[in-house]
Design a binder for this molecule. Sequence first.
Ligand SMILES: [Fe+2]
Ligand SMILES: [Fe+2]
Length: 265
Amino acid sequence: MTEFLKAYSIQSWLESAPQGYLEHTQFGHPEGEREPDRLLENPQLRDQAIGGCVQLVVGERCALAASSGLVNAAPDEASKRFLATQTLDEARHVEIFTQRLYDLGVKKIELEDVLSQRANPNLVKFAEVLLEKVDKKDFVAGVVGQNIVLEGMAFCVFEMMHQGALEQNPKFAHTLEGTIADERRHVGFGENRIGTLIQENPDRKPEIQAMQRDMSTHMLLAFNALGRGDDEQSQRTDELGVRILHEFKIRLERVGLEYQAPLGS
Ligand SMILES: [Fe+2]
Ligand SMILES: [Fe+2]
């Protein structure tokens, strides 16, 4: 527990993130970097980038609502403090991806309309399944849903986007790097904290596994919709879905839960 307390303390968060890899960043990237001209000047590419970034803002808003809600559901002080740092991380993610929408040409006054019109409905359902548990102050289910399922997915999506942006868009690649480092810490907390809680509450397993199955089902439907109409894109999102489900399986087994395949797959 002492190592756990140290690794997830506010002090170590300060040293590694704000005073570490986030130092000298502005909205997540070095000052002066901008979106590439070839993206800004091509209406189709710019529109695609906006559509993708909207999903990131929607996912991060869900993570912000979940992590802040879980502060008051947490059974111990160390978890409350960690979740307070996570709340700030998620608020930062919402802010930097929203800023990217502005950089891509979305007007501030249009933001909420663009988000509600372009958010993938299955991603919204995915978020609702999690937030329902958080609203009930169900800490064990909330942490599995957030720090294992939602963030396991985010981690893989960010890594894929990072690969794609490395050469084409250093500004976005740098923005993603800080986010990936944050998500790694969040996923680590989930795995470390939840294993013991599952052991202490074995009767909760079936219900939590059903939540994971429902979230995975919505996630795959969201990916199907994002890949529709473009064979190459569709193959990429299919592969990503398979990879994420495989990650879920490994992470869930580590905390003593049994992975449930999504419905209809
Ligand atoms: Fe996040
Ligand atoms: Fe996160």
